[in-house]
Design a protein around this ligand. Structure first.
Ligand SMILES: [Zn+2]
Length: 160
């Protein structure tokens, strides 16, 4: 199953550099409305995390599924130069892993919000996604990820 048309894929690749501003804005607005206060892209922290919640010692990283090599259907290897992209995404994953280690070592709690949790066929209802983020930020868990509900999507397909 191909989730994206070639045009969409090209579009994704053209604005690739990892930052999906729209998703990030959506998240920012929701978390601000939930009473959480944050700093943006702190240069003094490993990987310049998208959102930093100093009071809660938590950071949130918003990751595009393709660029950060998420193990989900929204990360589909391009047909052209697959070896190049495999190596590239592998490098990105390694960098993300190092960043996470460095943040954890510095005592930060880390939530990775994957693109597929906020947009695409497996996205969560926005209020649910925001609630899970806020719960993590206010909680004590050291590290967590928010991903799309791909399993639920498979269940729904089987029922029809
Ligand atoms: Zn994903």
């Amino acid at each position: 199953m191909d989730v994206l048309t070639p045009e969409q894929r090209r579009h994704n690749m053209s604005r690739i550099r990892g930052k999906d501003t729209k998703l990030e804005l959506m998240l920012r607005r929701g978390l601000h409305a939930a009473g959480l206060r944050f700093r943006l892209h702190s240069r003094d922290l490993p990987g310049r995390p998208d959102l930093v919640f100093p009071r809660h010692r938590a950071v949130v990283l918003v990751h595009g599924c393709f660029w950060h090599g998420h193990d989900c259907p929204m990360c589909k290897m391009p047909a052209t130069r697959p070896e190049f992209w495999a190596a590239k995404l592998d490098g990105n994953r390694t960098r993300d892993w190092r960043t996470a280690e460095a943040l954890r070592a510095a005592g930060w709690r880390l939530l990775t919000v994957w693109e597929c949790s906020l947009k695409g066929p497996a996205r969560l209802p926005l209020d649910m996604a925001l609630r899970r983020c806020a719960d993590f930020i206010r909680g004590e868990e050291g590290q967590a990820e928010l991903t799309g509900d791909w399993a639920g999507r498979v269940r729904a397909a089987k029922q029809t």
